[in-house]
Design a protein around this ligand. Structure first.
Ligand SMILES: *[C@@H]1O[C@H](CO)[C@@H](O)[C@H](O)[C@H]1NC(C)=O
Ligand SMILES: *[C@@H]1O[C@H](CO)[C@@H](O)[C@H](O)[C@H]1NC(C)=O
Length: 244
């Protein structure tokens, strides 16, 4: 009996030793905030939980260096960066909830106020952004080792998408709606290289002088229609008209 209790005690001690979380953050203590890291070196302007319990975080790229270096001595050379053309720091990282660890990722183009959605297979598709990033599609396929990183497709989008909204559709595609001064939408994946975007008058109607109606609110309804609203107006049906 005593041996049994000793074994249980030993087991609990081992669990505590192996627990990657700080002492204040024991699993099971629900309903409390708990500081995992005082700083992770980047700011999580965008954040997405992936299907494998990892969280990808990223920030805009052109504000100078972050506080975390890229792995393997890599650097990003970007002649169109407004602040730092040769940047050896990371602006994105992958946080592992299970182990409370993270590793830097390399994002080449500016993701400032981009938008994204996760495909049915778990891959994150992040579209648009600012400056050199406004026509870019970036994908991040989750992995359980250290092999995955951003893959970028410059010029994939037919319009610049800054403050657009993305919604996954029942057929697995993603619709990308609006963005600053973009009163239209398009799809990922596109049908061909010259896939057009489609005009959406509603977005122009809801535009105000301060452009506070960016990132339109989009919900997929059970009947397959999209409910889109901005400010005090909405539509719940999309009439696809060829754009431009
Ligand atoms: C980097 O570190 C400095 C100094 O501690 C801090 O002021 C700054 O906010 C940090 N930046 C990021 C992106 O974490
Ligand atoms: C929202 O709609 C009202 C009424 O049409 C309008 O006055 C206002 O400028 C719009 N924009 C914002 C951000 O409130």
């Amino acid at each position: 009996m005593v041996t049994f209790f000793l074994l249980v005690l030993l087991f609990i001690l081992l669990l505590l030793l192996l627990n990657p979380f700080p002492a204040m953050c024991q699993i099971g203590r629900e309903g409390e905030w708990c500081l995992l890291y005082a700083s992770i070196g980047i700011s999580a302007m965008h954040m997405q939980l992936l299907h494998n319990k990892k969280v990808v975080m990223f920030d805009k790229t052109d504000f100078g260096p972050s506080n975390v270096s890229l792995a393997y001595g890599r650097c990003r050379y970007d002649p169109s960066d407004n602040v730092l053309k040769n940047d050896c720091t990371a602006h994105s990282l992958l946080y592992d909830i299970g182990t409370n660890t993270f590793r830097p990722l390399l994002v080449e183009t500016d993701t400032w106020c981009s938008s994204g959605a996760v495909l049915p297979d778990g891959m994150l598709v992040q579209t648009g952004g600012y400056n050199d990033g406004d026509h870019v599609v970036r994908t991040l396929a989750p992995c359980n080792d250290d092999s995955c990183d951003w893959v970028e497709f410059p010029g994939y989008l037919s319009e610049r998408r800054w403050y657009a909204t993305n919604q996954r559709l029942p057929d697995g595609r993603i619709i990308i709606i609006g963005g600053r001064r973009q009163f239209n939408y398009e799809f990922y994946p596109r049908k061909s290289e010259s896939s057009p975007s489609f005009w959406l008058e509603f977005l122009r109607e809801t535009r105000d002088d301060d452009e506070n109606n960016l990132y339109p609110f989009v919900h997929l309804l059970p009947d397959g229609n999209l409910f889109i609203f901005a400010n005090t107006s909405y539509i719940s049906r999309l009439q696809a008209k060829p754009c431009c």
